[in-house]
Design a protein around this ligand. Structure first.
Ligand code: ZN
Length: 300
């Protein structure tokens, strides 16, 4: 049995990329580390936010489609995505979100954790939690490193088949804390909320497109795939994603999962200082750079 260390990245479907970039960089203070295109749809952006260098577990990526209808929340989707901050930072974030006119819930007690709920511009439910997960935060305008978001604290999954969804997290090597709660080696917490007959959700702006888990190497990825296949789930062949190599499968409640390698990472085509400065295309799209650039929606 091998264990995935935790989240590699989480990918969202969003609406207007301009609003999205403003929110995730200016309000949440994440760094836009990579501007590239959706490799399966190269006329659209694929934007990556993360800590300073894009370490696994801090990477949030978006597929923005301006004018796309909003998602319908429901089973088969991530219900809430949670970011980690250091101990004692919740009050700071509550005030910061109020100052920046982001509607927040008050601190909510949820299975013992204190956390701050809010939503992104497309209505995706987000929360900030004081957590041991993540790395030193990325200091930017208005945020010191100790105040900054440190990566993902975890998420809740809305699961029509809660038991089978739990078995899948087990097969990825996460530790079960309670019937409905798992923890990763990277200290992220995954909660499973039973669907209870609610109508299945629908993808759209403000939904999580997929959740990617870490593999330290191709060998570990292959072992994780074997563990998942033992549950009878269908996993794709490995796909080259330039910054990592991935396999994909749908878990039993319908959430799309990916297992992505830690290597080679985001420093293969830009230095740490330059990250996110220019449109980066994989070698197979480079000859179409001009057409691709013209098709992309403006970011500011
Ligand atoms: Zn992905």
């Amino acid at each position: 049995m091998t264990n995935s260390a935790g989240f590699h990245h989480v990918t969202l479907v969003s609406g207007d990329p301009k609003e999205n970039v403003a929110f995730y960089t200016k309000v949440l203070g994440l760094r836009l580390i990579k501007k590239t295109v959706n490799f399966d749809d190269p006329g659209t952006w694929h934007l990556y936010y993360a800590d300073e260098t894009g370490r696994p577990g801090t990477v949030l990526t978006i597929f923005p489609f301006p004018n796309t209808p909003r998602a319908q929340p429901g089973p088969g989707f991530v219900r809430e995505l949670r970011f980690a901050v250091g101990a004692g930072m919740l009050a700071f974030w509550h005030q910061r979100l109020l100052d920046l006119n982001v509607k927040t819930g008050s601190y909510t007690a949820f299975t013992g954790d204190k956390y701050l709920k809010f939503a992104d511009p497309d209505g995706l439910p987000l929360a900030i939690i004081e957590s041991q997960a993540g790395y030193e935060g990325y200091a930017c305008e208005g945020l010191t490193s100790p105040q900054a978001i440190r990566g993902f604290a975890g998420m809740s999954l809305w699961a029509g088949r809660a038991g089978a969804s739990a078995r899948t997290l087990e097969a990825l090597g996460f530790t079960q804390l309670t019937d409905t709660r798992f923890i990763t080696q990277d200290h992220q917490v995954i909660d499973i909320e039973a669907g209870n007959g609610a109508p299945v959700g629908r993808s759209g702006a403000g939904s999580v497109h997929h959740v990617a888990f870490r593999a330290s190497s191709d060998e570990q990825q292959a072992e994780l795939v074997s563990q998942v296949r033992l549950l009878g789930l269908q996993v794709t062949e490995q796909v080259e994603r330039n910054y990592f190599r991935s396999v994909y499968f749908r878990e039993p409640s319908g959430i799309l999962y990916e297992i992505a390698t830690d290597d080679p990472g985001f420093l293969i085509d830009e230095t740490a200082e330059e990250l996110g400065a220019k449109l980066q295309l994989p070698p197979w799209f480079e000859q179409h750079r001009a057409e691709i650039t013209n098709a992309l929606a403006p970011l500011s």
